[in-house]
Write a protein that binds this ligand. Structure first.
Ligand code: G4P
Ligand code: NA
Ligand code: NA
Length: 194
């Protein structure tokens, strides 16, 4: 997605060979017109899949998911990282290990919002090691719902998550795939023109 790639080049900060900071439009401040374009792009790519629900993870997955949900006309559910007071049982729960942060967290979603009849599009802001996506896939599996695929705003193609999930036969659509962040420079994986 060219608009997103130019935004990454313009506003992204390469913090190391591994980490890209995109606080100006995705992870802290949010750029609504860009999120709208992202939502339209996800909706276009998945429009034939009969999606009934979008599942994401708080917090940075919510903005792009909302926009995709608006275009597809389906509800957006975000898995919670912390247990809420009103949400104590009646949950599907998965553990998500973050290699980056060196910690494991439980993510959960109410059984009310994921049903067997659902066809679910999973959306997240970043795909790195893929542990968040695996956790969300686990929640969908527990609900015995169908997975339409995984939509990612920025995939770090040099980390193993994308390959791991695609190998399971799951469709992964990433709007920008980064090949390398070496020497402070963002290099993208060139996509085939379709
Ligand atoms: P994984 O799920 O792919 O295994 O990711 P990992 O543990 O490496 O990532 C932990 C958090 O850091 C996730 O956000 C993920 O989206 C984010 N992240 C991973 N790589 C990058 C990167 O290069 N740049 C930025 N900006 N974020 C990255 P989170 O903890 O779930 O936070 P949030 O959703 O509240 O923002
Ligand atoms: Na994040
Ligand atoms: Na995230």
């Amino acid at each position: 997605m060219e608009l997103l790639k130019s935004k990454i080049v313009q506003d992204g900060k390469v913090l190391s060979d591994q980490v890209l900071k995109v606080d100006t439009f995705l992870n802290h401040q949010i750029d609504p017109p860009l999120m709208q374009a992202i939502g339209e792009e996800f909706a276009m790519r998945f429009k034939e899949e009969g999606i009934t629900k979008i599942l994401t993870l708080e917090s940075s997955g919510i903005a792009p998911s909302m926009m995709a949900g608006l275009v597809l006309g389906v509800p957006v559910v975000f898995a919670r990282k912390r247990k809420s007071l009103t949400l104590v049982d009646h949950l599907y729960t998965a553990s998500v290990h973050s290699f980056t942060k060196g910690e494991t967290n439980e993510v959960s979603v109410s059984k009310d919002f994921l049903k067997k009849e659902d066809t679910v599009l999973i959306i997240d802001d970043f795909l790195a090691n893929g542990q968040a996506a695996l956790g969300l896939l686990d929640l969908v599996e527990q609900a015995e719902a169908k997975v339409a695929g995984v939509g990612i705003v920025i995939e770090k193609g040099f980390q193993p998550g994308g390959e791991m999930i695609r190998k399971q036969g799951i469709r992964v659509e990433s709007l920008a795939i980064i090949a390398s962040l070496e020497n402070g420079e963002v290099k993208f994986v060139e996509e085939a023109v379709t």
